[in-house]
Design a protein around this ligand. Structure first.
Ligand SMILES: [Zn+2]
Length: 246
């Protein structure tokens, strides 16, 4: 049976002599595996539709649970991601996290990744901010939103940051007892609340001081890796690459 649906290529590997195995993030099926026979030798326009990060309309022939690509039409290639090594490293990391987080019957991860790749490709904001917002939003769509506005989990006073061992906010007095502590100034806490509640199209529409941005970025990475219990290789690679470019 033939079927057509849009999706983003979030992972690819060589398969057979000239083929590729594609992992495609879709709106309602989560991540699907598609065999693209001859994908490495065909015309350039077809190649663009099935390369990493491509958002394409894919037609597949499905039999016994196996999908084979029959047609591919590029919707958006996010071409400029490939022009910058830090952008490329981040986009690869975002795709790995999308692969881990996507579930069937929920298009949230697809919409988040599309908005994120668009922001990277069009340089809407610095990569470290796009990365932090992506990490925080991914936690939100996975049901792991941080309860930053509740105050210290021990005494209820204003939170000074977040304890990553317990995954809860703590005041300055109770910060030490909670293990790894990530400080969050008031401005950074406001960004966390804003991003958690913002539409994907507005999630990068905030301004803050460099100090607040620094707190916010450190928090988002720590919170995501701690709450999802992941330490992706692509994140380590991103860290190495971005450190070298400082
Ligand atoms: Zn306290």
């Amino acid at each position: 049976m033939n079927e057509t649906f849009p999706g983003i290529v979030i992972r690819e590997m060589p398969s057979g002599e000239n083929g590729k195995l594609l992992y495609v993030l879709t709106a309602d099926r989560g991540v699907v595996r598609i065999n693209a026979t001859g994908a490495r030798k065909l015309t350039a326009s077809y190649l663009k539709s099935v390369q990493m990060f491509a958002y394409s309309r894919l037609t597949v022939y499905e039999k016994n649970g196996h999908m084979t690509l029959t047609e591919a039409e590029l919707i958006e290639g996010f071409y400029y991601i490939r022009k910058d090594l830090v952008a490329l490293a981040f986009a690869s990391y975002a795709c790995e996290m999308a692969y881990i987080s996507a579930v069937p019957d929920d298009s949230s991860v697809l919409r988040l990744l599309l908005n994120t790749l668009y922001a990277v490709s069009n340089a809407i904001a610095p990569i470290n901010i796009i990365k932090a917002v992506f990490e925080l939003k991914l936690c939100c769509v996975s049901g792991l939103m941080p309860d930053i506005e509740d105050g210290c989990a021990v005494c209820g006073d204003e939170a000074a940051g977040f304890c990553m061992n317990e995954l809860e906010p703590r005041c300055a007095v109770h910060a030490v007892s909670g293990g790894e502590f990530i400080p969050l100034c008031a401005a950074a806490r406001r960004i966390v609340s804003f991003v958690c509640g913002a539409d994907y199209s507005k999630m990068l529409s905030f301004r803050a001081s460099p100090d607040a941005i620094e707190d916010f970025c450190a928090f988002c990475e720590s919170f995501m890796t701690a709450s999802m219990e992941v330490n992706p290789k692509t994140l380590q690679f991103y860290r190495e690459i971005s450190r070298k470019q400082l």
